[in-house]
Design a protein around this ligand. Structure first.
Ligand code: PLP
Length: 392
């Protein structure tokens, strides 16, 4: 059976060139980068090269890159590390649509007595910058806002938000985990102090990520241990993964034009063909700027989980809401924050493409998808009208 992977916002396949670059780190250059001997020096050289590659990818200085174990750790370090550095400041600004890697620490901090403003979004998933401006207080320690939403792909105006935070002298953290490799990232243009990216979303392995720390930004470590990462993250570096991450960053920069053209064209084709062939289908966040690979679409009168199961039977991997919260049938907090009715949230599917997808795969999805929706609507207790697929 044909298999089509369209769940690239959950994780991505590791590029073969990344694997190739990593392999010698397991059995040849396996020293500890902190060791004084030649094995250590060779490993340290590889670490330095990877740091340069990651820094170049986001137009940073290598000294501003801290390697971490995952995007969640980068986000947690940004939040807890900033609050530790500013013990008198007790207020955080974030949004209702953040990934759990930011949302859950903020909810925890709220329970511990911090004041947290969770900014709303409109029906297209967009923020109100006046609400953001008004929310900032004298005791605001950090503004933490994502670049691109993992569920809808909606892009927030980070440069403008950065301007507001900078004018008020407040640390600005951006979770760019879903923006990296999809749109250009230039930390200098964006006015950011802290920025998270994660390896496994950009064709590097799982277990490696980075936090960009703008020079001079006060930050306490989350992991307190050895002097690795200039004391900003204790623990022996996972060198093979870091080297793979460096290569993946280099490749991501090379492939950005392809993402913007070929991958965007595939997503747009999927979107228009699904809307054309299936009645009562709507794109979540469709009127907002979005990253080029993501399509979140809701189908009335059907359950997203049933669609996923039937797609999976045809070899197609997609996602309903955030992959990180699958296993629970909680409606997506992102789509709920956009005011989408509970029942429609349950009928939402996310398709997320990568440069490894082909036109033939898009055609295969388009062949299988409409009959699945028709079949489910035939047996749906919620259907109020006839839902035969439209004739092309
Ligand atoms: N932030 C966003 C926007 C994400 O989509 C994810 C993962 O899905 C994360 C953070 C967490 O990254 P990681 O899986 O590397 O911990």
């Amino acid at each position: 059976m044909r298999r089509v992977y369209a769940d690239n916002n959950a994780t991505t396949r590791v590029d073969d060139r990344v694997v190739e670059e990593m392999l010698p780190l397991f059995n040849a250059t396996y020293g500890n980068p902190s060791s004084m001997h030649t094995f250590g020096a060779e490993a340290e050289k590889k670490l330095r090269q990877a740091r340069v590659r990651v820094a170049e990818f986001i137009t940073a200085d290598p000294s501003e890159i801290v390697f971490t174990g995952c995007g969640t750790e980068s986000d947690n370090t940004a939040l807890f590390g900033t609050l530790e550095a500013y013990p008198d400041k007790k207020h955080i600004v974030t949004t209702k649509v953040e990934h759990p890697a930011v949302l859950n620490p903020c909810q925890l901090l709220a329970k511990k007595g911090y004041a947290v403003t969770f900014l709303s979004v409109d029906s297209e998933g967009m923020l109100d910058l006046d609400e953001l401006r008004d929310s900032i207080r004298d005791d605001t320690a950090i503004v933490s806002i994502m670049y691109a939403n993992n569920e809808t792909g909606v892009i927030f105006p980070i440069e403008a938000i950065g301007q507001i935070a900078r004018e008020r002298g407040i640390v600005f953290h951006v979770d760019a985990v879903q923006a990296a490799a999809k749109i250009p990232l230039d930390v200098n243009k964006l006015n950011v102090d802290l920025l998270s990216i994660s390896g496994h979303k950009i064709h590097a392995p799982k277990g490696v990520a980075a936090l960009y720390v703008h020079r001079g930004t006060k930050l306490r470590p989350l992991l307190v241990g050895g002097h690795q990462e200039k004391g900003r993250r204790g623990g022996t570096e996972s060198l093979p993964a870091i080297v793979g991450f460096g290569k993946a960053c280099e490749l991501a920069a090379e492939h950005l034009p392809e993402m913007d053209a070929r991958v965007r064209a595939m997503r747009d084709k999927l979107e228009s063909a699904l809307l054309q062939s299936i009645p009562e289908a709507h794109v979540n966040g469709g009127k907002s700027p979005r990253v080029p690979n993501t399509l979140s679409v809701r189908f009335e009168y059907v359950e997203g989980e049933s669609i996923l199961l039937l797609l999976d039977r045809d070899g197609i991997a997609a996602s309903s809401g955030s992959a990180c919260s699958s296993g629970s049938l909680e409606p997506s907090h992102v789509l709920r924050a956009m005011g989408i009715p509970y029942t429609s949230v349950h009928g939402s599917i996310r398709l997320s493409l990568s440069r490894f997808n082909s036109d033939e795969e898009v055609d295969y999805i388009l062949e299988k998808f409409p009959p699945i929706i028709s079949k489910l609507r035939e047996i749906s207790p919620f259907v109020q009208t006839t839902h035969a697929p439209k004739q092309p």
